[in-house]
Design a protein around this ligand. Structure first.
Ligand code: ZN
Length: 106
């Protein structure tokens, strides 16, 4: 099992997936630990993506972006700031990296 933390580097909590009704976002998000991310990236570090369904761009923090770059299949879904909900990523997912035709999570 690879070492994971929350985005601020703190330990993963059992309730981190709880949705905040004000934002639609999870209470917190899991990332690969800084040590794990430092082992190297297999994709560029990209901090924004487009939701194909609504056309909106969502940006994310550095730790999340680096986790995608280290392990593109780490997440099964991600958040859209316009739809205020999570949708699938991957080859059959709903998101493209900004300015590309490349699916998030591939
Ligand atoms: Zn959307």
């Amino acid at each position: 099992m690879r070492h994971t933390t929350l985005t601020d580097g703190s330990p993963v909590t059992p309730d981190h997936r709880e949705i905040d009704p004000r934002t639609g976002q999870q209470k917190a998000y899991v990332v690969l630990s800084a040590e794990e991310r430092a082992k190297g990236f297999v994709r560029p570090v990209r901090t924004s993506y487009v939701h194909e369904k609504c056309g909106s761009t969502t940006t994310m923090g550095q730790a999340l972006a680096e986790t995608y770059a280290r392990d593109p299949s780490f997440y099964s879904g991600t958040f859209c700031c316009r739809c205020r909900a999570h949708f699938p990523v991957g080859a059959d997912g709903e998101f493209l990296w900004t300015g590309t035709q490349e699916k998030v999570g591939t």
